[in-house]
Design a protein around this ligand. Sequence first.
Ligand code: HBI
Ligand code: FE
Length: 279
Amino acid sequence: MGQAPVVYGQSNRPPRGDYSRASEDYTCPQDYASYTEADHDTYRRLYERQCALLPGLASEAFIQALPMLGARDRIPRFEEVNERLYKATGWELVGVPGLIPEVPFFTLLANRKFPVTDWIRKPEEFEYIVEPDIFHDLFGHVPLLFNPVFADYVQRYGQGGLKAQGLGACEMLSRLYWYTIEFGLIREAGGLRAYGAGILSSSGELAYSVQSPEPQRIPLALERTMRTRYKIDTYQQTYFVIDSFEQLFEMTAADFAPIYERLRGLPEFAADERDAVAA
Ligand code: HBI
Ligand code: FE
């Protein structure tokens, strides 16, 4: 029992989670009794605030799936969400103490298990927290796992990650994760909308990503996306736009090995490096 903690990027902050509870695959049971009334209240306030911001900014597919999380005034029990989620797309939530190393992460996704951090930010961190907490994972990531096409993309991403590991291409592949599953934009009938969890769980970045003239928005293209660096603690300067989740899924049908080979010798793009083509 017990695993070494993992932190995002080069941060030197001590990790929040209790990794001593993590088993071999880094998962740990959701310790529901450990949540305080303040924790439930933080979740309720985050949920209510974010819900009010969604119309016209969040993907319609996300808005329709959000009620499947169940409780909105308390932290949901993973096993209750799993009853609905497993029926819908064969996915299940598993508790983790926080960020986990890439291979255990990819392995869980490849087996249709989504790692959900089991702790919630403190009330004083209401506005912002760098590390993903339970609100980011549950509210941001889980609703779209009820969408069959998106759910298949995430599993394919996990399978691709295990292959990328063998090819030393994790950094290139993690950029695809960052610019789709975390910070992706989609063109829907109503216009440009956010579907990335990092945007959907952020009170400020949701409107910024869809409406601000500041960032560039360019069509998602495997090679451009995999060459584009990202920052973990500012709003994005570049967003990649898809036309449908089917487009994402079809993209994963390709064998990425030759793409990695081609990209290895090419220069990378900075997170804010401008592109000729605008989306
Ligand atoms: N661990 N719990 C957790 N959640 C993530 O989203 C996550 C992770 N580890 C690594 C990671 N994401 C990214 O580096 C992926 O691109 C691999
Ligand atoms: Fe995330």
